[in-house]
Write a protein that binds this ligand. Structure first.
Ligand SMILES: [Zn+2]
Length: 452
């Protein structure tokens, strides 16, 4: 148990609680001030940012250049603000991690899973890490999990067991303290997960959306018998149907959360279930189109530009994240000033491109498949695009299932988007294959990504 970290965390949790009650105007002032401090720090300690923002030191945030992962990795040593940190050493540390030692004795290191291209490496010091954990605690509190030192809460976390992923590190930091955490890997067989959960009887469950859907079906079938007070879905798109099944299995206890490895938690649902509150006191999120132009509130963007206000070791200013989401025009009735994310459509790399009649590329948004596939009476699904066909993987398919009508419906949906309909292969599989972090994207392409 790390007493210093916990002390810091408790102090920050209190501060974040107070920030959550800020009025909109107060929040705007706070953000402007925090951004100024971040930029001053970056210009003082990062030779990369001094160059990258040259001539723009006083310019508004929206006029600063966008930081891509490729740029960040290419200028890593100059971008970080501690001269002792070198990419080569961080890489070696991340590749050969033994025990829980910190990098250079002071940095938590985590890697992006690399599903959206080349992997990235990120490091945070104790202060930054405690802010991220405090933000996670605040999100849990919004979901009704009030942690008390006097009462231990049993939690189960089914995510990635890979120690370089942030969710696993978070689970470890929190575990064995006031919150005993059962850590399960999403890649274990369902029967194993069900058995461990039945034995553990978690009061709170944190898992990827695809796992929650499978477990909801297990609960409804009577094999799983747990009664969590809160279920938190993170990291994957939570579809309407998955939510419906979870509510049917456990009642109204499901809360969606959204985060990215680079920036930590971005959104968390409150008990009004109206969407996820953007953590606007911690991050400035710009919803933009593919050309980095701002998208009006109420419309979906193609990516986000994220500025992490507390980032110091590796300042992130207008960092590009390929996440498509939409902000709600109206505030939440709960009274928090933080904007609501009312729809999240997944990663941009889930947008499939099909040839049109004239050979032009027709982009089909994952939501087209979500709407079509979500209500099927199957336990899981995935759409995989190959060069010559579209594979539709299904698990838990009932005997009465009509494959032809599904293939027809997919063809009609694609034709409706203006695409030339490809061959559709419906395949029954025992399990949807997971990527290296144990996630199962609903839509993916095996074709090389076209450069933007
Ligand atoms: Zn709310």
């Amino acid at each position: 148990m790390d007493v210093r970290l916990i002390t810091q965390l408790l102090a920050k949790r209190g501060r974040l609680r107070a920030q959550e009650r800020m009025a909109r105007r107060e929040l705007e002032d706070y953000r402007a001030q925090a951004l100024g401090i971040l930029r001053d720090f970056a210009y003082a300690h990062s030779s990369f940012y001094r160059e990258f923002h040259r001539g723009l030191y006083a310019a508004p945030l929206e006029e600063l250049p966008v930081l891509t992962k490729a740029t960040l990795m290419a200028h890593f040593d100059d971008l970080v603000t501690d001269r002792a940190v070198r990419l080569e050493d961080v890489k070696a540390y991340a590749a050969d991690r033994r025990g829980n030692g910190l990098f250079l004795g002071r940095y938590q290191v985590y890697a992006t899973s690399g599903t959206s291209g080349r992997p990235g490496l990120f490091l945070v010091n104790r202060d930054e890490w405690s802010t991220m954990l405090a933000a996670a605690l605040r999100s849990f509190e919004g979901a009704g999990i009030r942690l008390k030192l006097t009462r231990r809460l049993k939690m189960a976390q089914i995510t990635s067991a890979n120690s370089s992923h942030m969710s696993a590190q978070g689970g470890r930091s929190m575990g064995n303290w006031w919150m005993p955490v059962l850590l399960l890997s999403a890649s274990e067989p369902v029967a194993t997960i069900v058995g461990r959960l039945n034995a553990w009887q978690p009061e709170a469950l944190l898992a990827y959306a695809s796992i929650i859907r499978v477990l909801a079906d297990e609960q409804s079938a009577g094999r799983l018998a747990i009664a969590p007070r809160t279920i938190i879905s993170g990291s994957e798109v939570l579809t309407r149907e998955t939510r419906r099944r979870a509510v049917e299995a456990w009642g109204d206890v499901l809360f969606n959360m959204h985060g990215t490895t680079e920036c930590g938690g971005i959104g968390a649902e409150c008990d009004r279930h109206r969407g996820m509150h953007l953590q606007e006191d911690l991050v400035i999120v710009e919803v933009v189109d593919r050309h980095n132009r701002p998208v009006p509130v109420g419309e979906s963007g193609e990516k986000l530009l994220v500025t992490v206000l507390a980032s110091r070791t590796q300042p992130l200013i207008r960092y590009e994240v390929d996440d498509s989401l939409r902000l709600a025009p109206d505030p939440c009735p709960c009274g928090r000033a933080f904007s609501l994310i009312d729809e999240i459509q997944g990663r941009v790399h889930e947008i499939l491109s099909f040839p049109g009649p004239a050979g032009e590329g027709i982009n089909v948004h994952p939501i087209v498949f979500h709407n079509l596939m979500d209500t099927l009476s199957v336990s899981g699904w995935q759409i995989v695009q190959d060069a010559d066909r579209l594979h539709v993987l299904l698990t838990g398919v009932p005997a009465s299932f009509n494959e032809d009508s599904l293939a027809d419906a997919i063809g009609r949906a694609l034709a409706g988007q203006g695409a030339v309909v490809p061959r559709v292969n419906i395949e029954h599989v025992p399990a949807i294959p997971q990527n290296e972090s144990g996630k199962t994207p609903l839509v993916k392409s095996n074709l090389p990504r076209s450069p933007e």
